[in-house]
Design a protein around this ligand. Sequence first.
Ligand code: C5P
Length: 405
Amino acid sequence: MEHMDLSGKRILLIISGGIAAYKSLDLIRRLRERGASVRPVMTKAAQEFITPLAVGALSASHVYVDLFSREDEQDVGHIRLAREADLVIVAPASADLMAKMAHGMASDLATAVLLATDRPVLIAPAMNPKMWAAPATLRNAQTLRNDGIHVIGPARGEMAESNEAGTGRMAEPLEIVAAAIALLDGGARPLTGKTAIVTSGPTHEPIDPVRYIANRSSGRQGHAIAAALATLGARVTLVSGPVTLPDPAGIETVHVETAQEMLDAVLARLPSDIAVMVAAVADWRVATASGQKIKKQPGEAPAPLQLAENPDILKTVGHHPHRPTLVVGFAAETEHVETNGRAKLERKGADLIVANDVSPETGVMGGSRNQVNIISAGGIDAWPDLSKDEVAERLAALIAERLGG
Ligand code: C5P
């Protein structure tokens, strides 16, 4: 799919030091594939993490590194660098760079450009959670917001360099791109003013305090759809089962474990304009989960598990008095994808069913690609094999189109 929503836009990308700098390489690619030109500036610390060579190759631009380089100053100069951009993005923005920005320092090329620019500035902080939570950093972030600087993230999640989890992870490149588009108003935001509920991930149904029934859903498709709807302007609530993905930036994420909790969380957020039920909800739960760990009894056969049916969240929403205007479900099938998808459309009261083949050989479950068929009252539309992000973008666009019409 062509995404030219940044076509002709000039982005000055400042990369400061931090392990998240490797994600800036992907950010450059994502910005350019949307038609933007990217002029990179790297701090000295950034060059400890990624090389100017890689940044230059990906951006197809000279990489600016030095305030006092005669070559760089003759070529453009920091004042022109600061002005010849439609948007300045700082990603990652280290604690050190934020502190310098907040105090108006101009001791290197990056800080001099930031002080000189009169263009919108978007920063994506990334640092250790303890550094983000430090009073000085929070104070600096607030100062920068007061100065009109746009801040995206950081997100919660695991840190790249340690097993620590907490807030400090840089927003994902696609989220930064979405924020850039919103700032430049280059993209249409057809879902502005609409609300959406998205379910994602598996559910865990307890057997006893230590064991549960689950499935192989990663949550990648659901999370991507939540992010894509937000990019188009919707106010999104993501109701997520247990996943290892970070919460998407700028989206209210509600964490649940069981199907019953997921249903309660979804119903609590009705009415809503849009519902996209992507979660792989467990069909059954253990009828009465044991309050104590079930002990193995020597010489005795294991007690059979008595199962009970879980509530069907999609079906409940599809037939609810506050039914959203557009209800979308998924059909994970391993055979007869089309026939089963059509039947599901009827039974669940959905407007659209996204049917995919999840046979093990497709690698869809837990993988990053997906080939889906869109089933509606009007018929069936087979989409090509796409990344889950692309499926999400297309689906969000289709939802916007259906709501608009
Ligand atoms: O019936 P089946 O599980 O195949 O339907 C899949 C669709 O229904 C998905 O959209 C899924 O999120 C939704 N679903 C649900 N609650 C259930 C079972 C499925 O919302 N208990």
